[in-house]
Design a binder for this molecule. Structure first.
Ligand SMILES: C[S@@+](CC[C@H](N)C(=O)[O-])C[C@H]1O[C@@H](n2cnc3c(N)ncnc32)[C@H](O)[C@@H]1O
Length: 279
């Protein structure tokens, strides 16, 4: 037991495990995530309905998008943004996600509303497309869950599918948010109201910070009667300079930064949004 607890609560090497696919594709967890996405009141897996509508309106008017434009949403979830882009009259709207649950919800919604939106089920890190786009979106701080090598792959992809005058819109967690984090340890039965499993379980949650990298990790070790498994939720926090350093090898750069993707002016807070273009 002593050895087991030591192993369960040990601080891992930074970015040593990737389990985001379990979080979004395990049937029980994916169902709960979809419920979070579709709750219009809370900013859990998606932002609130009002925020998303404002965000889409701002992006469409700021970048003069119309029926001749092409947009692509990486990690589109149940299609809350893609649906609104198509509603706003954008010609080509593409959504990518590896959650079967979310993509089939998005497809049903599009069909019911008679909206021609293209959805692709799969890992967006492996997606390829011969077309180029006016707007690429990656929202809800999804970039922060990717390791440095995954971000490198993604930025190279963005570069290859971005029109010469096109833009990438994404949001990230900030250095300010990281400064407020502390390391912590918690043990709870059926933690988070049964979020992790339909069966009874014990959950050990260890929160770690990696100060020189501005990275935080919530590591969950889940013990059920029949199985034991782990989830690693990494979060990279960024400054604009850090983003520019990562974008530079791809010939991309931060054009403007905001507080959020509604175009709110930048202020010190836990998140920021950036518009990226070809350098
Ligand atoms: C926090 S949710 C945000 C969903 C959506 N952007 C929104 O704001 O409503 C992250 C989404 O990204 C998807 N996702 C994460 N990593 C992915 C990957 N490597 N390939 C495809 N989809 C991914 C998840 O399945 C999930 O639907």
């Amino acid at each position: 037991m002593f050895k087991e607890l030591n192993a369960a609560t040990a601080k891992p090497t930074i970015w040593s495990e990737y389990t985001a696919d379990v979080l979004w594709t395990d049937r029980h967890i994916a169902e709960q995530m979809l419920a979070y996405h579709l709750n219009p009141e809370i900013d859990a897996a998606s932002r609130s309905t009002g925020f998303i509508s404002d965000s889409v309106s701002w992006l469409v008017s700021e970048f003069d998008l119309d029926e001749g434009s092409k947009t692509i949403d990486f990690g589109c979830g149940p299609g809350l943004y893609t649906q609104r882009f198509k509603d706003a009259g954008i010609g080509t709207v593409v959504g990518l996600d590896f959650s079967e649950n979310s993509i089939s919800y998005a497809q049903q919604k599009a069909k019911a509303s008679n909206l021609a939106i293209e959805y692709h089920l799969g890992n967006y890190l492996e997606y390829s497309d011969p077309r180029t786009f006016d707007l690429i979106t990656l929202v809800m701080c999804d970039l922060c869950a990717l390791s440095p090598s995954q971000r490198f792959t993604l930025f190279a992809k963005f570069k290859s599918i971005l029109k010469p005058e096109g833009v990438i819109a994404l949001d990230v967690y900030t250095e300010s948010r990281f400064t407020d984090l502390t390391e912590d340890l918690n043990v709870e039965k059926n933690a988070m109201n049964g979020f992790w499993s339909q069966e009874e379980y014990w959950c050990i949650k260890s929160s770690f910070t990696y100060d020189s990298d501005l990275v935080a990790l919530d590591k969950y070790v889940i013990y059920e009667e029949q199985r034991e498994w782990e989830i690693y939720n990494w979060l990279q926090h960024f400054t604009v300079e850090m983003l520019d350093t990562e974008l530079d090898p791809h010939g991309l750069e931060v054009q403007t930064s905001y507080n959020d993707l509604r175009g709110t002016p930048l202020a010190d807070g836990s998140e920021m949004a950036v518009i990226i273009s070809h350098a």
